[in-house]
Design a protein around this ligand. Structure first.
Ligand code: SF4
Length: 366
């Protein structure tokens, strides 16, 4: 053993999980220490995070299905996003999908045993006409499929949030994306405060909140922890953690700084700082976690199935196989595992028809 290896102090990570399970919290410095831990301590960190995940969610997995309801054409300049005005990524661009297309997405969500159908539209924020359209379709989806509905439509006005709530929308996604400190580095057309305001408007309208971040955009480890602590303060119900899928044609196209071990430590840190929140391993899962994707479900208890906004994901049947291999159970849906595998044997078409660029949170207006 080298001197350097011998000097690594083994932290008692189980003390973190014990404290959290007893209702305590980690300090900012302790949360950062998880991200800085040597790789040889990763299994102990995963064990601590898994103890907390088990206490709230046992071995269940919640699935989410995304529909890119409106693609590209966005006047904002989010540097990670393939749909922004400054992106040269060759994505498909289209206006808000009609009711039939959105209902078709809901059918696929139900067939994939997803608990939640996410309707995502590019843009700074929706027009009132777009909100009325989505609200009308949501009523039909609720009648036909009874799915949990999450809308991600950008910055919202109070009346728009109330209209979505009245139509039966359960939750709104609006990611913080990064810390307040780092936000001006990734977007100049709206502020971190704008994002907080929309979350506050949605909370006041009685909607559940889904808000997360994109890791790997050049931020510091303290920024990642600051987002986790802020989301804890906001008491959000659902946290999607995206890992940057750098897209050619975007300003962050050359940003490739993540490795699978760090991604897992990030998820563990989020679990230990937000013990009761639904934690989702979101966009960039396949490209950044690679062969270690399954391990993400020890700290996280949810994931997207099938494709992202403008990039294809792992085949749904492989997702189902991964969950079954872990011995975990999908929480909702009417289809048995065998039927699921049969339904999804032939890969469904990429939902938006584009084969490149973007991913949920790293390419959509959340
Ligand atoms: S993340 Fe949303 S607001 Fe930002 S550029 Fe992309 S579509 Fe526009």
């Amino acid at each position: 053993m080298s001197l350097a290896e011998a000097s690594v102090v083994q932290q008692d990570w189980s003390e973190f999980s014990r404290r959290v399970l007893e209702g305590g919290a980690l300090t900012r410095a302790e949360a950062i220490s998880i991200l800085q831990a040597p790789d040889e301590q990763l299994l102990s960190i995963l064990d601590a995070a898994y103890a907390v995940r088990r206490a709230w969610f046992a071995n269940t997995v919640q699935l989410y299905y995304l529909k890119n309801a409106k693609s590209g054409l966005c006047p904002e300049d989010c540097s990670y996003c393939s749909q922004s005005k400054i992106s040269e990524a060759p994505i498909e661009r289209y206006a808000m999908l009609n009711a039939e297309r959105l209902l078709d997405g809901a059918r696929k969500a139900a067939e994939s045993n997803s608990r939640t159908y996410c309707i995502v539209a590019s843009g700074r924020g929706p027009t009132n006409r777009e909100v009325n359209h989505v609200a009308g379709v949501v009523r039909q989806i609720k009648d036909q499929y009874g799915l949990h509905i999450c809308c991600c439509l950008g910055l919202l006005e109070p009346e728009q949030a109330l209209k979505l709530k009245a139509a039966g929308v359960d939750r709104v996604n609006h990611n913080l994306n990064t810390s307040e400190r780092y936000h001006p580095e990734i977007c100049t057309t709206h502020t971190f405060a704008d994002r907080l305001k929309t979350l506050s408007i949605c909370r006041d309208a009685g909607l559940e909140l889904c808000a997360g971040m994109i890791v790997g955009m050049g931020e510091q480890q303290g920024d990642v922890v600051d987002v986790a602590l802020k989301l804890g303060e906001l008491n959000v119900e659902s946290i999607p953690v995206n890992f940057l899928h750098a897209i050619d044609g975007t300003p962050l196209q050359s940003q490739h700084e993540l490795d699978p071990r760090y991604c897992l430590k990030v998820l563990c840190m989020f679990r230990l700082t937000n013990p009761s929140a639904e934690l989702r391993v979101a966009g960039g899962r396949e490209v950044n976690l690679r062969s270690m994707q399954a391990m993400a479900l020890y700290p996280a208890n949810s994931m997207f199935v099938s494709d992202y906004l403008t990039t294809p994901g792992q085949k749904a049947e492989e997702d189902f196989r991964m969950i079954a291999d872990l011995g975990f159970r999908i929480t909702a849906g009417d289809y048995e595992s065998a039927k699921l595998l049969e339904l999804w044997k032939v890969p469904h078409a990429v939902s938006c028809g584009a084969a490149s660029a973007g991913s949920c949170g790293s390419g959509g207006c959340g």
